[in-house]
Design a protein around this ligand. Sequence first.
Ligand code: HEM
Length: 420
Amino acid sequence: MISTPEEQQIGDDYLLNLFLTPEGVADPAPWYKKLRENMPIFESSNGAIFLSRFDDCHGVFRDNRFGKGDQSGPGGSMLPREESPEVVAFREEVNAARVRTAPSLLFLDPPDHTRLRGLVNRAFTPRRIDSMRMSIRELTEECLDELAREGGGDAMEILGFLPVNVIGELVGVPRSDWNYFRPLVNDGVANLEASPTLEELQASHAAFTEMGEYFRELLHERKQNPQNDLISALIEVEESGDRISEDEVVSTVILLFAAGMETTQNLIGNGLAALFKNPDEYHLLWDNPDLVPSAVEEMLRWDSPVQLDGRTALETTEISGIKIEQGRSVVTLIGAANRDPEKFTNPDSFLVRRDEGPPLSFASGIHYCLGANLARAEGQEMFAGLIRRFSSVQQAGELEQRGRMTLRGFKTVPVSVTER
Ligand code: HEM
């Protein structure tokens, strides 16, 4: 046993406070700190193991003795409390259906992961991403034009279009359909959360089913009329006889939307919120736009759009000398690792000049975020654009959290802007 019953009681309480109370969702850092300082490798009463130190999380990401197993997602049902039988049954049904069709690479272990990621990499080339830089700049300008016209507005609504539009453009979704994806992806990703309700799981499943139907149609259309887009490039891989099936092309494209939309929106929203909370850093950045790359890295670290991830021990192994039995679920608390003082000096300070290596926000190892460079480019273009266009961007009302923890971000970020 890793944690004693007394430790379990205390640690379970930290976790429930962290995930399920408004205070925990508003600011998880104090709970992460308690876990990291008192029980950095914590076994909750339902048997999941929670890691909160940078080195432990990093080590697990890079160790192939930990994998996805048959997990339903980073959140899964890992909280130390009973889930309703309906939620458990629905989750199992959806999991079984996914295994029958084509799980996305996010949920695969080698050798399937290696095969699929290798094939997707052939279509998701650095050249394609580089060539997106100009489109990102243009699409950013369109968002900024709207903000300028209104003198401000909800940044999540107006600037949050950027990631949808960028992935739409990359994949090859017609412009007229870009808006259609926002609510679908939003509903879809609820299944990654630590404690979704039955209604959220059902809405998530319905959203993924609808996206599947949309992309199957688009795929057939592109088979007739190939374009210079990612879906056509994936079809080319499929038709060249490599082992990627039509279902896998569809699940890959859905994954790009699911993994790249809300996360990058949250990078923009969490980044703005961090600047509002730290006015000195905001002024430093506005006076020194060359700090944008390090500022975006710090936004990713300080309030990571992905707060937790998960693995299963595929064989009996150990973490920092502690034995982990095969089959155990391990939750890597990325948000806690990014505030580990062993890795980052004064970790609770938001410092746009910080230069202490990348945070764990894009994970590491074989599942390292495929879109990391794209997300960084979007964040950099957005903040560089804001500084270029506006002499000031100010908070203009209460910020409202989405209330989710795996993908952490705001529902609304009201801002007012002054043009240069
Ligand atoms: C700030 C924005 C983003 C953050 C914080 C983020 C974070 C992550 C993390 C933590 C993982 C690892 C998941 C795991 O280990 O289970 C991941 C995987 C992934 N991400 Fe991102 N992501 C972002 C943006 C994007 C974008 C823009 C795309 C693509 C358009 C993307 C595509 C993917 C894909 C395809 C995977 C799965 C890779 C694999 O399993 O091999 N992400 N992301």
